[in-house]
Design a protein around this ligand. Structure first.
Ligand code: ADP
Ligand code: MG
Length: 695
């Protein structure tokens, strides 16, 4: 027998269950089942008496009998309450669903082990929807830490519950009579005091104590993270060696002229530092691959321009890619106004640029007379021909993973690459998604910025909100109204925004209002935006199309409607649109009353901090990295069964340090000690198409 054995060779699993297991959880072999870990364990080593229970306890179990049942309530309140007696006291046990089934199957005056979470219902201590077990059940009697497995609705309907899964795994472990082969070299296991794989896999399902479970989980999580880091770092090192970059040794005329005569304000210390870091990369002879993180408004655009001037001073062309046309156009304007009469040719290439103008720009790119090309990703990734492209900057793009960056490497000498993002990526995620990038951080805002004051209000008192809007506009400021965009129903959104536009026109007949949304033609959108930018309109009604980059320093209020429908990072991005001038700015989060605990927490974090990194960490913890944009497109097929990039930050660090340690000593993994690692790495590269393409 091996772990490749088909799952049907396990007692209790016939063809139909096998089919279901494969369809729902992808379990085909013994190996698959072994690596389908419980999502939690519950300590069932102790029986409680009802008098000991309090409503803040986690799961508890009580031995007792039902003495009677009673049904009450109508509709959604319809419920069945059982009176559970432990020989001393009664406890209310309530069901809202499956009442008929409970009445048929649960016997009065018979011992049960009741297992559930105590809470307060109708002012009385009670347990809702508990598990009930027969005390003689063999599984229970030998178990202290009971595993709980995820199952799907379809599985439950077919009777495949967590308990069934538990039976399968316990049978499986008894069938695996051999010691499972180790995947990590002995020297690492000893160095890090890891639990051996065989023991860890068994204990991850059936630990004897909470400590043992923790060690088993640590070992398995570490392994997952370690191999990811090993792949990323061995790849990054190879690439670093292979990709000779151009050497930009000169800091020449353009940079110096700009720095001494055109800079409208002194650079912040952080801006100076990151420019130095990038210059060091660009003159090193290796390709720069750097991620520049800086909170909204931290002045990344200026940094980009100055780094571009270095490249131009060294005889190269540069391009900057923005995620939207509005942003690309704003960059054009910003760059031209920064550069004034300097001899630097800046051009914009978007889908709108056609005919003769486009031909002229393309000509200038080929003959090298265009120094800075600004465009959208789509446009530039498409076959644009440069004479000599030396630096690519990707703005506001945290979704730009390894694979996409590899695509940019066209023929000719390798350009330097700078990815800029205002989405602060927590370190642990950056290490994984952008494991091969160096990171620079602008951790300082230009002086004189007042932190945005953020408030959360409910949507039942718009008058008060409108009075505030009038006050701000009368003081000469401008106001954003933002509405969420729902992917499933773009039509509905459009209706929302358009309805609100009409509504706000009625509320504020004295003001001019612009509207932008994703369904407008770029030219219309720009025209509307332009009116707001120039101050012709006082209010901008928008969907999240304004999320990134738009800069209107005179706008001092951002009202986010249905704030409950936005993620934390998105709220923070939106808020970054205000607070760009010297005036006190406000961000008003408007929501309904009905909010989940998580949403409440999200909104509270927004009112408590302006720090993008704090917010990103909180976001990662609240949502987990699976949802974070970027992980999917990163070009790395993550296969984290246990580890969580949000919660296991320290393990990510340990994994990275360990990978560095291993590769420093043996870059090609040729030592006999590292044979296991070498083989596994090769398998991983085979599995992940993305990786094999680029490494
Ligand atoms: P982001 O990092 O969000 O892209 P921007 O580059 O748009 O930020 O900068 C925000 C604003 O701050 C712009 O109006 C820019 O001109 C201004 N700015 C940038 N650097 C400085 C500085 N060192 N001192 C004062 N203002 C600055
Ligand atoms: Mg920007």
């Amino acid at each position: 027998m091996t772990l490749d054995t088909d799952i049907t060779y396990l007692p209790g699993i016939g063809p139909s269950r096998a089919k279901l297991l494969e369809a729902e959880l992808g379990i085909k072999t013994w190996h698959d089942l072994l690596y389908t870990f419980p999502y939690k364990h519950i300590d069932r080593s102790r029986l409680y008496k009802i008098r000991e229970l309090t409503s803040d306890m986690p799961f508890v179990q009580v031995l007792g009998q039902f003495l009677s049942f009673e049904e009450a309530g109508q509709g959604r309140k319809h419920r069945l309450t059982g009176h559970f007696w432990d020989g001393e006291m009664f406890l209310d046990v309530t069901w809202f669903n499956g009442i008929r089934f409970i009445k048929q199957s649960v016997k009065l005056r018979q011992d049960y082990i009741l297992f559930g979470r105590p809470g307060v219902y109708g002012g009385r201590l009670s347990v809702i929807h508990p598990d009930l077990d027969n005390p003689e059940s063999t599984v229970l009697s030998k178990m202290s830490m009971q595993p709980y497995y995820s199952t799907t609705e379809r599985m439950k309907k077919a009777g495949l519950t967590s308990r069934t899964m538990e039976r399968f795994t316990s049978t499986l472990l008894s069938k695996i009579t051999w010691t499972l082969p180790e995947t990590l070299p002995t020297y690492l296991i000893e160095r890090l005091h890891l639990m051996p794989l065989d023991k860890a896999l068994r204990a991850a399902h059936y630990p004897t104590t909470a400590d043992e479970l923790a060690s088993a989980n640590m070992r398995l999580k570490f392994e997952e993270l370690f191999f990811i880091q090993l792949v990323i770092m061995s790849y990054a090192r190879k690439r670093q060696q292979e990709r000779k970059g151009r050497k930009f040794t000169r800091i020449g005329g353009l940079f110096n002229t700009f720095f001494h005569h055109y800079l409208p304000f002194p650079l912040t210390e952080a801006q100076k530092r990151v420019i130095r870091e990038m210059h060091a990369d660009m003159k090193s002879g290796h390709q720069m691959n750097r991620l520049l993180q800086g909170d909204v408004g931290s002045g990344k655009t200026l940094v980009a321009l100055m780094v571009m001037l270095i490249a131009i001073d060294n005889g190269c062309q540069t391009c900057i890619m923005a995620p939207t046309e509005i942003l690309a156009e704003q960059h054009l304007e910003t760059f031209r106004s920064f550069l004034k009469d300097m001899p630097v040719r800046v051009e914009l290439l978007t889908g709108n640029v056609k005919g003769k103008r486009r031909a002229a720009i393309e000509e200038g790119l080929k003959d090298g007379s265009v120094h800075i090309l600004i465009g959208t990703h789509a446009v530039i990734e498409d076959n644009v021909q440069f004479r000599d492209l030396g630096l690519i900057i990707i703005d506001e793009q945290h979704r730009f993973g390894v694979a996409q960056r590899a695509k940019l490497q066209k023929n000719g000498p390798t350009p330097h690459v700078l990815v800029m993002t205002a989405t602060p990526i927590p370190r642990t995620l950056a290490m994984t998604v952008y494991g091969d990038l160096d990171v620079s951080v602008i951790d300082e805002l230009p002086p004189g910025r007042k932190p945005v004051r953020t408030m959360h209000i409910y949507d039942n008192q718009p008058e008060q909100l409108y009075r505030g809007v009038i006050r701000e506009i009368e003081a000469g400021h401008q106001v954003y109204f933002v509405y969420p965009l729902v992917k499933e129903s773009e039509k509905l959104d459009l209706k929302n925004v358009q309805d609100e536009f009409v509504h706000l026109k009625e509320v504020f007949p004295q003001y001019k209002i612009s509207m932008v949304h994703g369904k407008m033609k770029p030219s219309e959108k720009d025209a509307e935006m332009q009116k707001f930018v120039s101050g012709e309109t006082q209010i901008l009604v928008a969907t999240t199309v304004i999320e990134v980059g738009v800069n209107v320093p005179n706008a001092s209020v951002m009202i986010i409607q249905n704030a409950e429908r936005f993620g934390l990072s998105q709220l923070h991005q939106l808020r970054g649109r205000v607070g760009r001038g010297a005036e006190q700015s406000y961000c008003i989060l408007v929501s309904g009353f009905k909010l989940s605990a998580e949403t409440r927490k999200r909104l509270r974090i927004m009112t408590e901090t302006n720090d993008g990194f704090e917010i990103a960490e909180a976001d990662l913890k609240l949502r987990g990295p699976g949802d974070l944009e970027g992980t999917q497109q990163s070009g790395i097929a993550f296969n984290l069964r246990l580890a969580n990039l949000g919660r296991d930050g320290q393990l990510v660090q340990l994994a990275r340090d360990t990978a560095t340690f291993v590769l420093d000593a043996d870059p090609e993994l040729q030592a006999t000690d590292n044979a296991l690692l070498r083989n596994h790495l090769q398998e991983l590269k085979k599995e992940h198409r993305d990786w094999s393409q680029i490494s």
